[in-house]
Write a protein of this length. Structure first.
Length: 153
């Protein structure tokens, strides 16, 4: 079906590695030319070894799901004749321990807010149906073991 690539680059530089105080800052490079500064989450590896301003993998996973869901929502809304003026989601991921005591993202809550205009406006039930359809088709949602809750506002 397709391949998707990302390049992850980290360099030790002049840092001592054996003391476990090396920077977790690194870069994600994508085929379109974008480079994203990344790091471990400060909740996983304390500052200053983590870089709080950089994107961490946990945040990225939550953003990936929210973005995928939104893109399907916009597509399905357009196909059904709705005009979406804006879409905003404040997605939240929740870390827990699994049955083996390992941390994992157990749940992601999406809080999408969408605004429509035009002569054809969807009802709450139609918006809920668009979210349900979007969730069913989202590649990222279909790849996750985390529970996903969609709470349209």
């Amino acid at each position: 079906m397709g391949q998707y690539r990302a390049e992850v680059v980290w360099q030790r530089g002049e840092q001592v590695f054996t003391d476990n105080r090396y920077s977790r800052g690194h870069e994600w490079k994508f085929d379109g030319g974008q480079t994203v500064p990344a790091s471990s989450a400060p909740s996983s590896v304390p500052l200053p070894m983590s870089i709080a301003a950089n994107v961490d993998p946990e945040e990225a996973l939550v953003a990936e799901l929210a973005s995928c869901h939104m893109l399907f929502f916009l597509s399905f809304a357009q196909k059904q004749g709705y005009i979406v003026d804006s879409y905003h989601d404040q997605a939240i991921g929740f870390m827990e321990k699994n049955e083996n005591g390992r941390h994992f993202i157990a749940r992601i809550d999406l809080h999408p807010q969408s605004r429509f205009s035009g002569s054809k406006l969807p009802s709450k039930e139609q918006i809920d149906a668009l979210h349900h359809l979007s969730h069913e088709h989202c590649y990222i949602a279909n790849s996750l073991r985390a529970d996903v809750t969609i709470i349209p506002e």
